[in-house]
Design a protein around this ligand. Structure first.
Ligand code: PMP
Length: 402
């Protein structure tokens, strides 16, 4: 292994488990199996027409060249306005950087701050990429299990216990992928009280699902609850989920200017600016007609309610109602220890997921990928017909277990 020409920090990271699950499902499909794919974590809607039009117009007007590394003035102004309007957060232009998706914002924020061995507190279940991003920066992910009984959320006591002198960041993702768990203002208050005692800990908020809420609540923000954290908080967001723009690759970070400047320097020497055409489209997404959000959320909600009811009717499975995002994180603890018709014992959630895939052709992702077992994740960002078929197959496969 030491002779590998791939650096050890890269050898330590794993390929994304959701990509691997999707690859396996595609392979089975190529072999002629009928596969219901409930893996994909992206909106199944087209990007709204007025946003697509803005891209065409931008191309026609010659917006086809390099932009400022931090993003066009128009887009950063739109982000400043969005943060003020929607989150009550005040930022200046030099406190914003546009990145190639929220993913790049998170990775680059770690890249500019994490020294070897620095710790990043990641509440589990977590989005699959967080720990590997930390590892890629030679940091140490400190995973804190947040059980279903606590709404899959980090408590103040857990945070206090996880902080060490080496803690660099606390990462908050609300609503969360994969559980939809969303912190309330009082919950943020409790976390903020702990953070105020530990000034060396920075806070990264991944707000990518903020608008995908089903309970009529506006998504709270820790900075709105405790503005004193502003100087050590990095707000990460983007247009991928809210405006069905995953392929356009526009995310952003807002934070203290030293962090933003360092990200600007690193990105200017590595990736360069984001696609000029996508930036024009994202500007229109943020400044333009917002009705797509309510329309798409209404559709997600219908799917969530219908799929949740079907899953919860299956003996052996249970799923808490996710208040946001577009996933169901299903508890399959009661299936552990059961035996498949082929005589295989289900020892862990990845066995359950493999059984559902191989025997029923339903592709999902095992809880092990998200750091909290025994669960599996199913995406509701697909049609009702596909979801119904998936639930029917899951019910059939579970009924055959002994
Ligand atoms: N954060 C979370 C929690 C996500 O689920 C995703 C997408 N799967 C991202 C960030 C990445 O978003 P983007 O497309 O903006 O890179």
């Amino acid at each position: 292994m030491n002779t590998s020409r791939i650096a050890s920090r890269v050898r330590r990271i794993k390929p994304s488990p959701s990509t691997s699950a999707a690859d396996r499902a595609n392979e089975l499909r190529r072999q002629g199996k009928s596969i219901v794919n409930l893996v994909v974590g992206e909106p199944d809607f087209d990007t709204p027409a007025h946003i697509r039009r803005a891209a065409t117009e931008a191309m026609d007007k010659g917006a086809t060249r390099y932009t400022l590394m931090a993003g066009t003035v128009e887009l950063r102004q739109a982000i400043v306005a969005k943060l003020q309007r929607e989150n009550g957060l005040t930022y200046a232009m030099n406190e914003i950087i546009v990145t190639s998706g929220a993913k790049s914002a998170i990775y680059n924020a770690f890249a500019i701050t994490v020294e070897p061995g620095d710790e990043v507190i990641i509440p589990a279940p977590y989005w699959v990429s967080y720990p590997d991003m930390v590892i890629a920066c030679e940091g140490t992910p400190v995973v804190v299990a947040c059980p279903e009984a606590n709404g899959f959320k980090l408590t103040a006591a857990q945070l206090e216990a996880a902080i060490t002198p080496r803690t660099r960041w606390l990462l908050i993702n609300s609503p969360s992928n994969p559980t939809g768990a969303s912190y309330t203002a009082p919950e943020y208050r409790a976390l903020a009280d702990v953070l105020l005692k530990h000034p060396h800990v920075m806070v990264m908020t991944d707000d990518i699902y903020e608008h995908i809420r089903f309970d009529g609540e506006a998504t709270a923000h820790i900075l709105a609850v405790e503005p004193a954290l502003r100087d050590r908080t990095l707000v990460v967001n983007g247009v991928s989920k809210t405006y069905a723009m995953t392929g356009w690759r526009i995310g952003f970070a807002a934070g203290p200017s030293d962090l933003i400047t360092a990200m600007d320097t690193l990105l200017s020497q590595t990736a360069g600016n984001c696609c000029s055409i996508s930036q024009a489209a994202a500007t229109t997404a943020l400044n333009g007609d917002q009705s797509f959000i309510a329309e798409s959320v209404a559709v997600y909600k219908q799917r969530r309610d219908r799929t949740l009811a079907q899953i919860n009717a299956i003996p052996g499975l249970s799923c808490a109602t996710p208040p946001g995002a577009f996933y169901l994180y299903i508890n399959c603890g009661d299936l552990i220890g059961k035996t498949t018709p082929a005589g295989k014992s289900l020892q862990q959630d990845s066995d359950v997921v493999m059984y559902l895939l191989e025997s029923a052709g339903v592709a999902t992702v095992a809880g092990t990928a998200y750091g909290l077992s025994p669960y599996f994740r199913l995406s509701i960002a697909t049609s009702i017909d596909i979801l119904d078929e998936g639930c029917k197959r899951i019910a059939g496969a579970v009924a055959e277990l002994q």
